[in-house]
Design a protein around this ligand. Structure first.
Ligand code: MN
Length: 133
């Protein structure tokens, strides 16, 4: 057993996020057969991911604020601290804060080939973002 060093907080890159998003690694990739990757992600009000999908799905656990999570059918889920949202493999989606609140979630996914866990797509437009259920 060992305590891991805290890695620096990184800023979500502009090609993958709208607004200010900060990522802290909690569980980094370990040698196979381990696959777990966990991050704490913090979104400023109005910030959200671009559209994307995960090869092996993703579990999101909301820890602070109010989360919005959208899919291609136009549905937008609202989730609160203590709630968990699962995205199945290959499903296009986005997640972010509301316009009025910060949001923090734990993002849990499984590693496959390096960098292939997530397929990043276009940004979420203001129109797509602005229609919560
Ligand atoms: Mn996702």
């Amino acid at each position: 057993m060992h305590k891991e060093d805290k890695l620096p907080t990184t800023k979500g890159p502009a090609e993958r996020f709208t607004g200010d998003v900060y990522v802290d690694a909690i569980a980094t990739r370990k040698p196979e057969p381990s696959r777990m990757i966990v991050s704490r992600v913090r979104f400023a009000p109005g910030a959200r991911t671009a559209w994307h999908s995960h090869a092996v799905g993703q579990t999101l656990h909301i820890t602070e604020g109010v989360a919005l999570l959208g899919t291609r059918d136009g549905a937008v889920i609202v989730a609160h601290p203590g709630e968990t949202v699962y995205t199945p493999p290959g499903e296009d989606h986005w997640h972010g804060a509301t316009p009025e609140d910060f949001m923090e979630h734990l993002a849990m996914l499984e590693g496959i080939a390096e960098g292939a866990e997530t397929t990043w797509l276009e940004h979420v437009t203001d129109d797509q973002y602005g229609r919560p259920a």
